[in-house]
Design a protein around this ligand. Structure first.
Ligand SMILES: C[S@@+](CC[C@H](N)C(=O)[O-])C[C@H]1O[C@@H](n2cnc3c(N)ncnc32)[C@H](O)[C@@H]1O
Length: 198
């Protein structure tokens, strides 16, 4: 949390471990998983309980073993500070929820798709520019090289959790202490340019 605090402070961000809704952006009511164009997978009851348990563990001070480190070429990165097992919930992607249409010309490099609605005016993104957690510091793979693709050890999944869309980052294999975390920024949409990624 110390390394995360330093990184958040440097970016003038506040810590928030949950999605936040501001009246000038999207209201919580706008986050409806049933609006997803081809439907959104529903998180099972058992996994929802696990997610809630992880959240309460964090509230009590028990965080996953992650540290934020600055790298001269990749900027902030996230590393495992102890072994992490396959299928471990790394973090929920958090930040302010806004309509995609409000962010068409936004140069924030950390926006995450939350809802792709059949009616595009209802589509939502998570914008961790003012508030967020460790998820926004996790780097992406270069989709254009086999070396880049092999680095992936985390996947990004969107779920319908009690009717609301949520984005979770989950380990897709055992991750060793000291390993840097990477996921595919192009998991749902193919717009994020990763040609220049290491
Ligand atoms: C969501 S942020 C990740 C945290 C970021 N590194 C930082 O310093 O805030 C995405 C940005 O990180 C950088 N980035 C992510 N993955 C990278 C990689 N594999 N190689 C180089 N830069 C990367 C790019 O500048 C990208 O636009």
């Amino acid at each position: 949390m110390g390394t995360l605090g330093t990184a958040l402070t440097a970016l003038h961000m506040e810590f928030s471990n949950e999605l936040t809704y501001a009246p000038s952006m999207a209201l919580r009511h706008a986050n409806q998983a049933k609006l997803e164009n081809d439907g959104m997978q529903v998180l099972s009851k058992e996994d929802t309980e696990t997610l809630e348990q992880c959240r309460s563990m964090c509230k009590s001070g028990l965080w996953p073993p992650l540290i934020v480190k600055f790298d001269s070429r990749e900027g902030y990165t996230v590393e495992a500070n102890a072994a992490i097992k396959d299928m471990t919930l790394i973090a929920e992607y958090t930040g302010d929820v806004d309509y995609i249409r409000n962010r068409q010309n936004d140069d924030c490099d950390s926006m995450m798709t939350l809802l792709l609605a059949a009616d595009p005016s209802k589509s939502l993104v998570i914008c961790p520019d003012k508030r967020g957690n460790i998820a926004r510091f996790i780097n992406g793979i270069n989709n254009h090289t086999s070396v880049g693709r092999k680095k992936q050890n985390v996947k990004c999944v969107r779920y319908d959790v009690k009717g609301e869309c949520r984005v979770l980052l989950v380990a897709i294999r055992d991750i060793g202490k000291g390993e840097r975390l990477y996921y595919d920024y192009k998991g749902y949409e193919h717009e994020y340019p990763t040609h220049h990624f290491l």
